[in-house]
Design a protein around this ligand. Structure first.
Ligand SMILES: [Fe+2]
Ligand SMILES: [Fe+2]
Length: 184
């Protein structure tokens, strides 16, 4: 079992094998998982980089589509929307499948907590400080505001994980109870 502590001082037991990706790009798969997947470290790194590009293209095209629609250019907006969908539903999703990004719900929530925690504790914290240092007050303000939102995401995922683990324990206990009842 791996234990992580978060800002709200709660501890959760995490499943040992979490086939996900940390925000820094490193996979959080165990050695065993990596061997089973048989994808080289370079290919995993390249898949991640490509997925970042696809995710960015998806988000960018959605914004472009919104703008084109606002400008009355429906055909162009539809083209952006259609392309965005392919970047996400095909290109990102297909590569995510190769990396086995999506796991059990418990693994996915754990993965999400790792991502949100990185944003709260490292990324937005550091970026806000650096923006302030450089005198970019608007940017610093935006980073701080977003960091606040990320703490809510982090908390919501922590609560979801507790709920999942509690439900799972209750189901296991009920199953044990049933089999005992049958024994007598
Ligand atoms: Fe693409
Ligand atoms: Fe978030």
């Amino acid at each position: 079992m791996i234990l992580i502590t978060n800002k709200c001082e709660r501890q959760h037991s995490l499943p040992e094998s979490v086939p996900g990706i940390l925000p820094g790009g490193e996979t959080i798969m165990t050695e065993k998982n990596v061997a089973e997947h048989a994808i080289s470290a370079r290919s995993r790194k390249n898949l991640l980089e490509a997925m970042r590009g696809e995710a960015f293209a998806f988000a960018k095209y959605k914004l472009f589509a919104k703008q084109a629609r606002k400008n009355g250019r429906t055909e162009l907006a539809d083209l952006f929307d259609k392309t965005a969908d392919q970047e996400y539903m095909e290109h990102f999703a297909e590569q995510a499948e190769l990396l086995q990004l999506v796991g059990s719900d418990e693994q996915d929530v754990t993965n999400a907590i790792a991502g949100e925690s990185f944003e709260v504790d490292t990324l937005y914290k550091q970026f806000a400080e650096e923006a302030l240092e450089d005198g970019d007050e608007q940017v610093a303000h935006r980073f701080k505001e977003i960091r606040q939102d990320e703490t809510y995401h982090q908390l919501a995922f922590h609560e979801a994980l507790i709920k999942l683990q509690t439900t799972e324990r209750a189901v296991k206990a009920a199953t044990r109870g049933n089999s005992k009842a049958r024994d007598y």
